[in-house]
Design a protein around this ligand. Structure first.
Ligand code: F6P
Length: 343
């Protein structure tokens, strides 16, 4: 078989580990030919490839980013792109595509499979962890590591200055990074898109902490968090090719509001793209390896239209249509655990 492999959407730690696993399994067990498609779907539309063999994936397990490059290109944006994609698939003689991506990349994969019978297997990745049908996505735990490390640092300076430190994390419309990083760093308040709080409620918690002699506070806020007084803070009118708005900056607004309503000093730190960079944690390397090997197996068996997913300790195939049917958001049970430590 000739497999094409691509990474699409926002990068994250662990992508190279997944590429390595697919290539090693596909060549080592099945003697397939593997070609890397550069820059996500853009590489298939424009025919930009890189041959992959055992040596080209050697020494990349621990490297962040993606050796294939990535982009947020949507082939369904216009019919020419789609035609180019099909003619390139044909001329490159791909028997199957392995797409490593989040909701957008796998949304395209699902549509290509459903509408045009393109033979595709998906692998879930995104720091946001918002893909349905899988417990975790590649990259999520590495971003938690980065965020927790940063929040631990904010805590010592918060304590020294008796300040309110607000750490803003990514996650788009899901609060997984905020909730998990907040729990792991002992945050006093966690704000997510799923569970709105008002500024008054936040100020009440700050005052309650002061009453018990805690004169510093750590707040973790998701970039897409909604305060009761305002909705999501959309930063720009621009949208990406999949129609996503740009978020970010809510931490500074919150800091200003806290300073207006209390005598406390509040400082905002946006962790931004640091959460997508750096080396993958061992756990991300591990799941990327399991998922990559399984994806190569599925493609070899001709089981297309599936995403490999992590359920408990098992790696199982789930329908791509199920994986993208809705966004996986933080559940009340998990957020209630975080809430135990508020205040
Ligand atoms: O989906 C991953 C993510 O990092 C989100 O958390 C964030 O909102 C978005 O990508 C940023 O997108 P871009 O890379 O296009 O700026």
């Amino acid at each position: 078989m000739h497999l094409g492999i691509l990474t699409g959407g926002g990068d994250c730690p662990g992508l190279n580990a997944a590429i390595r696993a697919v290539v090693r399994r596909a060549i080592g067990k099945y003697e397939h030919q593997v070609t890397g498609i550069r820059y996500g779907w853009k590489g298939l539309i424009e025919g930009i490839y890189i041959p992959l063999d055992t040596n080209s994936v050697s020494g990349i397990l621990d490297k962040g980013g993606t050796l294939l490059g990535t982009s947020r290109t949507n082939p369904f944006k216009n019919s020419e792109r789609l035609q180019d994609l099909f003619s390139n698939m044909k001329s490159a003689n791909f028997d199957a595509i392995i797409a490593i991506g989040g909701e957008d990349t796998l949304g395209v994969a699902e549509r290509l499979h459903r509408e045009y019978n393109v033979p595709i297997v998906g692998i879930p990745k995104t720091i946001d962890n918002d893909l349905n049908e899988t417990d975790y996505t590649i990259g999520f735990w590495s971003s938690i590591n980065t965020a927790v490390d940063a929040i631990d640092r904010l805590r010592t300076t918060a304590e020294s200055h008796n300040r309110v430190m607000i750490a803003e994390v990514m996650g788009r419309h899901a609060g997984w990074i905020a909730t998990y990083a907040g729990i792991c760093s002992g945050a006093d308040i966690i704000l997510t898109p799923e569970f709105e709080m008002s500024i008054d409620e936040i100020v009440d918690i700050l005052n309650a902490r002061l009453d018990r002699g805690r004169d510093f506070t750590i707040i973790v806020v998701a970039e897409g968090a909604k305060l009761k007084e305002m909705g999501e803070l959309v930063t720009s009118e621009k949208r990406d090719e999949f129609g996503h708005v740009y978020l970010g900056g809510i931490s500074q607004i919150l800091a200003d509001e806290i300073e207006k309503r209390t005598d406390l000093q509040a400082r905002a730190t946006i962790l931004g793209y640091t959460q997508r960079g750096g080396t993958p944690t061992p756990y991300d390397r591990f799941i990327a390896t399991l998922l990559g090997v399984k994806a190569a197996d599925l493609a070899s068996e001709g089981k297309f239209g599936y995403m490999v997913a992590l359920k408990g300790n098992d790696v199982v195939p789930v329908k791509l249509s199920k994986a993208i049917e809705r966004l996986k958001q933080v559940d009340k049970e998990t957020y209630d655990i975080a809430r135990v430590f508020f205040g």
